[in-house]
Design a protein around this ligand. Structure first.
Ligand code: MF3
Ligand code: CO
Length: 247
């Protein structure tokens, strides 16, 4: 069941999303080769706490950190640890913050120093996929039109769309209905109502879209170990378009 939000609820979401947005900017200005993924997590955790917010990922279904830090072949849910970030890596940082009872969620993939043209293109196309996904999105749009547009752009660029994970609704809970796949058939799915809040999060692979979860039960890697990228924002569906809360 999709919970359509009131303007008061959206105002609270906006506050939570501003913390996420500012935190990602903070991380983007500091992440560099030589850092461990745990150091990235410490930075995020400190920032969220200093903002008077709660890191919602920590403890979510037993998840052990504030941040998901996913390097190269890691698609999503990379548990921060002692992996050292190297020049040429692409590192996705995904985080949630709760404020006033509402949760914001966003992710960016950062290029560390000089990266290969292929990785650079992957990161760029993944970000573009988000913007393609929201193109024309407004009250009345069919849900799977989002995924249709994301998939089209990814595949036109020779990449593939991760199927095992999707975007989602968000509000008081991190994951609410509906599930928002990054693939789909045009003109299908429910018609979205104004006030629906969605996390739209293309996860795009350089090679095959199949993933495998490592023995820590979280870290999802591509089976072919080629790179993947992730870009996510929390958005509100409006009568005449979308409001992006985490940009
Ligand atoms: N932020 C992720 C999402 O986009 C969720 C991370 S899973 C968690 O849905 F366990 F880390 F919370
Ligand atoms: Co999300």
């Amino acid at each position: 069941m999709i919970y359509v939000k009131s303007e008061e609820e959206i105002a609270a979401l906006r506050t939570a999303c501003a913390v996420v947005r500012d935190c990602l900017k903070f991380v983007g200005e500091r992440i560099r080769a030589g850092m461990t993924t745990k150091e990235v997590d410490d930075m995020v955790h400190g920032f969220i706490k200093a903002s008077g917010a709660i890191p919602s990922c920590l403890g979510y279904c037993g998840y052990p950190a504030a941040t998901c830090v996913s390097v190269n072949e890691v698609v999503v849910h990379g548990i921060p640890g002692d992996r050292v970030i190297k020049e040429g890596d692409i590192v996705s940082v995904d985080l949630c913050a709760e404020k006033n009872g509402f949760i914001g969620d966003a992710a960016r993939t950062f290029c560390i120093g000089e990266v290969s043209p292929e990785r650079k293109k992957l990161v760029k196309v993944t970000e573009e996929c988000f913007f393609k996904g929201i193109e024309g999105l407004k009250e009345g749009t069919r849900l799977y039109d989002i995924g249709y547009r994301v998939q089209k752009h990814a595949e036109e660029n020779g990449f593939s769309v991760i199927r095992a994970y999707t975007g989602h609704g968000i509000g008081r809970e991190m994951h609410e209905d509906p599930s928002v796949p990054n693939f789909g058939r045009k003109g299908t799915g429910v018609r979205l109502q104004a006030g629906t809040v969605l996390c739209i999060e293309p996860m795009i692979a350089e090679g095959d879209f199949r993933v495998e979860v490592l023995s820590d039960n979280w870290t999802a890697v591509t089976r072919d170990r080629k790179s993947a990228a992730h870009y996510e924002n929390t958005v509100v569906v409006r009568e005449d378009g979308v409001e992006i809360l985490t940009l």
